[in-house]
Design a protein around this ligand. Structure first.
Ligand SMILES: [Zn+2]
Ligand SMILES: [Zn+2]
Length: 340
């Protein structure tokens, strides 16, 4: 049973966090809900409790998921599914990347997360309350956040490819033409802020209009969104990857092309925006060329097949480097190079 916000504010103001749950029989709740209540009682300040939990969740999920990909990068068996073969990140690259990611986390995300609780309260979002909503309530909400973020990201990401914004902000994220898990949030702090808006504005707007959202649902969404972003940068396309089960899911294969070719595929989770607006033409052409090359090389040795594929990838990457130089204004563009 949830208390109203006024009672919560009064209880918090008097430092009696235990009163938040005065009318709730905690013993009847699940272990996660009991832990949740114990956390708010222990911290004794809902603003700090929410801020700290949000930051810890983000760090644990982000680096926890990245560790999985660091391990996969270290096992040669998995390299057969690497999208850009022979481009395994070195430990130095991974460490450089980690430092930049931590810098963004502490300069942009930490202050933003700290402001989250007061904003959530204004919007009527439930925070300390238990029990959590049912999965039937959470599922459609998370689905809406996925769709909203994907569309927001599609347009914001294209804007970041516009010359001045690219040169001063988005270029950092494009440092790696063959990305790896940790590179998901390797970005300029301004980019973290701009694109992070797509992740958080969905729940904010939803809560504003419906007044029915628990922060636990937001945590589920953010966890899934982080998995999506990290996996899309992993550089691997396994036969069991989600995009082979859900054909509209973008996955690593879709986003890897964006890094390699510097064009097309601007969305995050789904393929439909790029298909609808025709910004996947070069990507689809590339897939056809890869398929044609495989068919032509049938019967040839494995080494010859791999060499043909590497040649094709090198061509696409060279085109991408030229398109990037045009976007930055370091070489003039011509009609044959369309920067998107
Ligand atoms: Zn980009
Ligand atoms: Zn990326």
């Amino acid at each position: 049973m949830a208390l109203n916000a006024t009672a919560a504010a009064a209880a918090a103001a008097h430092g009696t966090a235990q009163q938040l749950y005065a009318h709730v029989d905690l013993s009847k709740l699940g272990w996660l809900e009991q832990f949740w209540a114990a956390w708010y009682i222990w911290i004794d300040n809902p603003v700090i409790a929410t801020g700290l939990m949000s930051f810890l969740l983000h760090e644990i999920v982000y680096f926890g998921r990245c560790v999985l990909w660091i391990i996969i990068d270290a096992i040669p068996y998995f390299q057969r599914w690497k999208l850009q073969p022979n481009k395994i990140p070195t430990p130095q690259e991974q460490w450089e990347c980690t430092k930049q990611v931590l810098f963004s986390h502490f300069t942009i995300e930490l202050p933003a997360i700290w402001l989250f609780h007061p904003l959530a309260e204004v919007l009527g979002m439930q925070t300390y309350q238990v029990p959590f909503p049912s999965w039937q309530t959470m599922l459609p909400q998370v689905a809406i956040f996925f769709v909203f973020e994907d569309m927001f990201h599609y347009f914001a990401h294209q804007a970041l490819h516009w010359g001045p914004l690219y040169k001063h902000i988005h270029k950092l994220h494009h440092k790696y033409s063959a990305p790896f898990g940790l590179a998901a949030e390797y970005a300029h702090p301004a980019e973290v802020f701009i694109l992070g808006t797509g992740t958080i504005a969905g729940p904010m707007l939803y809560c504003y209009f419906t007044r029915n959202l628990h922060i636990f649902t937001v945590y589920v969404w953010i966890t899934l969104r982080l998995f999506q972003a990290i996996d899309a940068h992993s550089g691997y396309d396994f036969p069991w990857s989600l995009q082979h089960i859900l054909p509209f899911w973008s996955g690593a294969e879709h986003h890897d092309f964006h890094h390699m070719a510097f064009t097309n595929n601007h969305s995050t989770s789904f393929r439909w925006c790029d298909r609808l607006f025709g910004t996947d033409d070069k990507y689809r052409e590339y897939r056809l060329r890869i398929a044609a090359s495989k068919a032509a090389m049938k019967g040839k040795s494995k080494a010859e097949q791999e060499a043909a594929e590497r040649q094709l990838i090198a061509e696409i990457e060279a085109e991408g480097q030229r398109a990037e130089a045009v976007a930055e204004g370091s070489i003039p563009g011509d009609k044959t190079v369309k920067v998107q």
